[in-house]
Design a protein around this ligand. Structure first.
Ligand code: LFR
Length: 495
């Protein structure tokens, strides 16, 4: 029998999707989660004047379309939840209207601000009070950039809502601030469990616009009457504040069921590698390795490293396609497989790869500067990116172990990036340990799990993860070519 249905929206930097999750009894006393995609849409950033923005109203429109389609297709979800990338936000004025289009985190307004704020506040203090690694896009730098530009929006703002909360607001009329997103801002103090008003004061950021965070699983509310009429849907569906940060939703869906500490890699535009803790680790050691402590689902903190990820490859692909070449992933991966191994390497986290105008040129500039042979074919480029990522994962896994005194028998890989099986194979090789790949739709599934917990269908995060393990095929990649990887890791470390 079908015991519950929920609707998850997962918005990534390149696309968004809506999935229905159905909890079913399997006839032998067990339960399965069945997932069906009902809507998928592009998320295209727009440059307007000198700023890079999200097309927020389009995203709201697509979320509404997803709700309409769910009911049109005959589903009756009890609840819906929305997760998105971190850090970005909209500002509402006193009438609840959106003050301008939200900025995209890759907008250049924050260039140089990590250093500037570091001089004002001191990196030690900033880290001890936020536990967040120093990334230019953190909300704290975006707001400081607006202050420096004397943005009138800051003065007119009554409420700041992070992207998923902003979408939920336009569906329900209710303003909430969900905890996992709050911890990505750099303005939330995880040890004191409160907003860092003192820091806001020092940077000229209005403290009054921040709402007290609510934990994942809280109900936001039903759809407004306007939205229900517009979409022609019944009043039965309630919006839940899930783990609204996509990374945290994905981590909730890691099928780790042994009860032992585990390591994970959430693989998408970004790669987030780390482990789950009960308390944040804001030690000088964690700061020196530039790890984040992000608030997670189920009263956890996630000690993780944000790695540049498949963004580098996505940009290359975009450039090839703009030149009129056909460059789908299966094709690119096949070309990489036939290219020679370990020819050239990059450090993926080099700031030059964050937002270059021309990624292909940037890769070869790096080769010249580091005295490596230039990349001449697409296969060489893709292979270089994937091998370098795998090596970076090994480095980050070892750092995670160092920081936590843990030792991991292997690595769980989840998220869209694991559809690239070559990357999973390379990672197992570079680690010299097995990789367990799955599920692909981890963020959507984790989003559903929190809804199922909120609806009383799952008792705990542990039980929810068991449901994932019982419902999805997890593929094991055993390490291959470990000696060559070992040798290459040494060259990588010397780069
Ligand atoms: C992944 C992610 C990362 C965050 C980055 C920017 O989608 O949410 O966790 O650091 O996007 O927001």
């Amino acid at each position: 029998g079908n015991t519950a249905a929920v609707l998850a929206f997962d918005l990534g930097a390149g696309s968004g999707r809506a999935l229905i999750g159905e909890l079913r009894e399997d006839g032998t006393g067990g339960r399965r989660l069945e997932v069906t995609e009902i809507h998928r849409f592009p998320n295209q950033a727009v440059t307007a004047g000198s700023h890079l923005h999200w097309d927020f109203l389009r995203l709201l429109h697509e979320v509404k379309t997803g709700i309409r389609r769910a009911f049109q297709a005959g589903y009756a979800p009890e609840t819906l939840g929305i997760d998105t990338w971190g850090v970005d936000f909209g500002l509402l004025d006193v009438n609840g209207e959106l003050l301008g289009n939200p900025y995209h985190y890759r907008d250049s307004q924050t260039d140089g601000l990590v250093e500037e704020v570091g001089e004002l506040v001191g990196p030690e203090e900033l880290y001890a009070q936020s536990g967040v690694q120093f990334m230019p896009f953190n909300t704290v730098y975006q707001l400081y950039a607006m202050r420096k530009a004397a943005s009138p929006k800051l003065d007119a703002a009554e409420t700041l809502l992070l992207t998923p909360d902003l979408l939920a607001y336009y569906l329900t009329g209710r303003k909430v601030c969900e905890f996992t997103m709050a911890t990505t801002t750099g303005l939330y103090n995880p040890l004191e469990e409160s907003w860092n008003k003192e820091l806001m004061g020092r940077l000229g950021i209005p403290a009054g616009m921040f709402l007290d965070p609510v934990k994942p699983g809280e109900l936001v509310g039903p759809l407004t009457e306007e939205v229900r009429e517009e979409l022609g849907v019944p009043s039965t569906v309630t919006v839940v504040a899930v783990g609204t940060h996509d990374t945290e939703s994905a981590i909730a869906a890691v099928p780790a069921v042994s009860g032992e500490p585990f390591a994970y890699l959430v693989c998408g535009t970004w790669s987030l590698l780390g482990t789950e803790l009960a308390q944040p680790n804001v030690t000088p050691e964690a700061r020196a390795l530039d790890f984040s402590n992000e608030g997670g689902v189920g009263n956890t903190y996630q000690l993780l490293k944000n790695i540049m990820g498949l963004w580098i490859l996505q940009e290359c692909k975009r450039q090839w396609e703009e030149r009129g070449e056909s460059a789908d992933y299966p094709q690119l991966v096949a070309e990489a497989e036939s290219a020679a191994p370990f020819r050239s390497l990059i450090k993926p986290d080099d700031a030059r790869f964050y937002a270059p105008a021309d990624m292909l040129a940037e890769l070869n500039a790096y080769m010249r500067e580091t005295g490596q042979p230039e990349l001449q074919t697409r296969g060489q480029m893709v292979r270089c990116i994937l091998e370098s990522l795998a090596l970076r994962y090994r480095e980050a896994l070892e750092q995670t172990e160092q920081l936590t005194d843990r030792r991991f028998g292997g690595l769980h890989m989840v998220g869209g990036g694991i559809q690239n099986e070559l990357l999973c194979r390379f990672t197992a090789g570079a680690l010299g340990r097995p990789v367990w790949g799955g599920p692909v739709e981890a963020s959507s599934i984790g989003n559903m799990l929190v809804q199922l917990m909120a609806g009383g269908h799952c008792a705990s995060l542990r039980e929810a993860r068991q449901l994932v393990a019982d419902s999805f095929v997890i593929r094991t990649y055993e390490p291959e070519e470990t000696e060559s990887w070992e040798r290459t890791f040494e060259s990588y470390s010397r780069l």
